[in-house]
Design a protein around this ligand. Structure first.
Ligand code: JHZ
Length: 404
């Protein structure tokens, strides 16, 4: 196993077994389901935590991609603050690009405030949604080649933004060359992703699935982009997606790195984010979590309890397939995304229904698979859900939250 980035040999960390594409919801149970081996490894040379194999990018991102950023109001709010903090100082002669712009939840601010902008996303359906809201978007995979085309048509970008997408791009060399070329000399490249430090702390192994080819840390991001003259200048911790990190990058030598960044990089070393032992410990913990979840759910099912899932997340595909839990245990998933409703979850074959339908057939237990949106979900559900329904929290700790 060679590192995807530096080609040195890596150490095998997790083996989650055969896994479908996390967002390959099926219309019919008998439809073919593509599977691949989901394994992770760690590179001691560039500190990259990565999955070993991945499906082709076209199998993951396409015209029926079912994840729409705007399904979470708090995420839309988060992106509006993101834009305010990092927008170019002036509208004149400035150009904002977003990689993986999805339905335009971030760029809507650029559009509303009159900034010249462009969103790039490879999934046609989400691009159409963004365009229908007046957000300039193109349906493409970002690459060095595309960066050159954008530059020749629109000029250099003063800001390049990305949220929950840089870790989806297998070839980081091509990406870095594209950014280097497109970014104006005084520009900023700002992206945020689920954070490796949080994943290790919470044992949120469900962050590992096909789309997440890498789970980054400050240490790995610094190394990967330095080779192309892009310097990490700030790190900002975020609470989104169960613990994310925002990485601020600039052309080498143009911006002074923040003290906070130096503090976080030191903390990462103290936490052992650069040591194989840390990851091997994480792998052992994942196995323990698997046994605990199976024991709890099979026990409840044996008592005749009805169990449903809340939030048909990408993350739930890893948990259900790794723990070998399917529709014999979980009766249905409740999810607000119309594109997921009426379909079956990948590999675990559990039907997805709307919140309204779920109200008609409430279970004894709801497992909170969208644990990263717990606050938003509980705000909505707390006065609607009868006390006879208990919640099962899976991350950071397996626990039953309330029961009559
Ligand atoms: P959510 C996504 O992963 C996909 P997922 C992506 N690959 C990525 O990188 C990560 O984000 C970071 C539903 N829901 O946000 C909507 C409700 O039903 O945890 C979604 O289907 N009711 C780009 O898929 C799911 O839950 C609600 O009130 O793991 C949440 O998915 C809310 C708030 C959500 O991301």
């Amino acid at each position: 196993m060679r590192c995807r980035h530096c080609s040195n040999s890596t150490v095998l960390i997790n083996d989650f077994g055969s896994m479908p594409v996390a967002n390959s919801f099926r219309n019919q149970l008998d439809e073919d389901l593509f599977r691949f081996d989901l394994k992770t490894s760690f590179c001691e040379f560039c500190n990259l935590f990565q999955i070993i194999d991945n499906p082709k990018v076209e199998q993951m991102f396409h015209d029926s991609y079912p994840f729409f950023t705007s399904t979470s109001k708090s995420m839309v709010n988060h992106f509006s603050k993101f834009f305010e903090e990092f927008k170019p100082p002036s509208k004149e002669d400035s150009f904002v690009v977003e990689i993986g712009s999805n339905d335009g939840s971030l760029l809507v601010q650029a559009k509303n405030q009159g900034f010249h902008h462009l969103g790039v996303d490879p999934s046609g359906n989400v691009v159409e949604r963004a365009k229908s809201c007046g957000i300039n978007s193109i349906c493409e995979f970002f690459s060095e080649k595309l960066a050159k085309e954008i530059k020749s048509k629109h000029g250099e970008a003063n800001r390049i933004f990305a949220a929950n997408v840089i870790c989806h791009i297998p070839d980081l060399h091509d990406l870095a060359r594209g950014i280097k070329d497109l970014l104006a000399q005084d520009g900023l490249f700002v992206f945020e992703e689920p954070y490796l430090g949080s994943m290790l702390e919470k044992i949120s192994y469900d962050q590992i699935y096909d789309e997440h080819i890498y789970i980054f840390s400050g240490l790995s991001v610094q190394t990967v982009f330095a080779e192309y003259g892009l310097q990490l200048v700030d790190l900002q911790e975020q609470t989104t997606h169960g613990g994310s990190m925002r990485y601020v990058m600039a052309h080498q030598g143009t911006t002074t790195p923040s003290k906070e960044m130096l503090r976080i990089l030191d903390r990462e070393k103290n936490q052992g984010l650069n040591s194989v032992e840390t990851y091997l410990r994480f792998a052992r913990e994942c196995e323990k979590r698997r046994s605990q979840l199976r024991e709890l759910l099979f026990g409840l099912a044996a008592e005749g309890k009805r169990i449903a899932g809340y939030g048909a997340t990408s993350k739930s595909t890893t948990i259900l397939n790794y723990c070998n839990i399917g529709n014999e245990i979980i009766e249905y998933f409740c999810d607000t995304t119309p594109e997921k409703q009426g379909k079956f979850t990948p590999g675990s074959h559990i039907p997805v229904i709307s919140r309204e339908e779920a109200q008609e057939r409430l279970p004894d237990y709801f497992i909170l698979f969208a644990w990263n949106h717990a606050e938003e979900i509980m705000r909505y559900e707390s006065n609607k859900m009868p006390s006879s329904v208990a919640w099962i929290n899976i991350i950071p700790k397996l626990e039953i939250l309330s029961s009559s």
